[in-house]
Design a protein around this ligand. Sequence first.
Ligand code: GCU
Length: 601
Amino acid sequence: MRHWIWGLFLICLIPGSPKASENLIINIDGRQTTSLNGAWQIIIDPYENGYFNYRWEPDPNGYFKNEKPKDKTDRVEYDFDASETLLVPGDWNTQKEKLFLYEGTIWYKKSFDFKLKPNRRVFVWFGAANYHAIAYLNGQKLGEHLGGFTPFNFEITRLLKEKDNFLVVKVDNKRQRDGVPTLNTDWFNYGGLTRQVYLAEAPQTFIRDYFIQLKPGSEQEIAGWVQLDGAKPSQPVKIEIPEAGINISVQTGEQGFASFNRKASLQLWSPDNPKLYQVVLQTESDRVTDAIGFRSIATRGHDILLNGKPLFLRGISIHEEAPVRGGRAFSREDARILLGWAKELGCNFVRLAHYPHNENMIRMADEMGMLVWSEIPVYWTILWENEQTYANAARQLTENITRDKNRASIILWSVANETPPGEPRLKFLKGLAKTAKAMDPTRLTTAAMERHSPDATTQMIDDPLGEFLDVLGCNEYIGWYDGLPAKADTMTWKMKYAKPLIISEFGGDARYGLHGDELTRWSEEYQADLYEHTLRMLDKIPFLRGVTPWILMDFRSPRRPLPGIQDFWNRKGLISNRGEKKKAFQVLKKYYEGKQRNPRF
Ligand code: GCU
């Protein structure tokens, strides 16, 4: 692997971003951690009173100071310890009725004692916080993070006390016009510390990051790199895969970086054989283990090749909506249920829309043998010409790839969904696609685009962005937003590019338990009929290599108010939010059974 590629990875971290996670620690479950999950005291702060004074200037004595009255004359107008609590991880919207539609700031406070051992470093690590987080320890600002779906961490070694540390986090989920995503999304803006929070301990110099995968174009050679962090960057590092008899020794340079490659005879990971190897990385003072699968993914003309063989991606789209309980999903159990339903459908592939899902979902996909389309929330009408918006999108992409680049299940990095063609948008997305490729030459790039109809019976895919992607995704809603389901019967599809196509969305709403004939909108029969017509149409597309119908399970959205039918839920799920399977579930399951027997492409 050429050093310049890995070097690109190091330099493509975005300069000038809010002090965030340039030094993201990966594989947090492989570290020595102390959980801060559980009840945190909170202060709901719609007027930012804990951050600004009455002249709207930053207040040096904001809520992050966690002040207490010094005597009976003292005036302190807040008290975390007497305040109500929220559970972390978890969105706030589904924990308290009064917070269901709340969009603004909530301050979280967690107190803890910590016995710091000599020659150890300590970090506070957040799985995610939606949308803008500012973290403080013992009254000192640690840094901030923008973006609701990627991890970040801050070193706290020098600020820690043995007793009564207080970690305060300001989380603001207000939607922002220059944000990523922007103001308008068809999903619920669940706010808060929506994923796990840990204290992570490490030696003075530790293994912060690494990338170990098959060398692109080879199935018998692994390639990768390791990045140390600390005062002694130049050290010997051992990388072992005991079961495969691999034992690599490298010496990191002054930047703490070393790359390597090695011939290897490995069982290749696939949906049929999700083989994971224990990988051990070791230095004189640190040791990290990970479970990594090795597989190749490539394209050849219209084909997608997994381990050199063409395959058809029998997929389904999934939002990060917790099965049955609703709200942001975050646990292994949530992941097991959602991916278990996908397996029941006969899927070998899931599109995790429209943002990076929690790491439990990706690791469960590795374990269960489910291929993954991973996506950042560059959704609809982003501010394409705003530099900070681009830096935000690029940073979320960088964090997404940094966290998940060793996960065999992920085969596609998607840079956008349904964005309107135009020069500024093309420049913005080309930049993201190049960043993804430079960081990770082992995977494919894609985006969910739209088609247009040059005449009544033709669908044309010729988005200029397609030239800069490896695989094209295209959303279509014939039968729901575009005519009735039978319209699909006379449709012919054309595409400008000799590349693979995935129909990344199609579908229609059905209220579980609502029945009628095939033309009764919102009935299970209408939805099932739409699937029948659409799947017959898709089978006629010679360059189609995958489908991720919209969507596995109903999900909350403020854009879906229809009383008695939607009630703030998008009902395109094949399964209701209570876990009830609709008729269309069986239609897709039968189709995939046929596809598995005879992929016919
Ligand atoms: C769009 C969009 C989805 C949305 C879906 C719908 O294609 O990508 O986020 O939920 O259509 O309208 O249900």
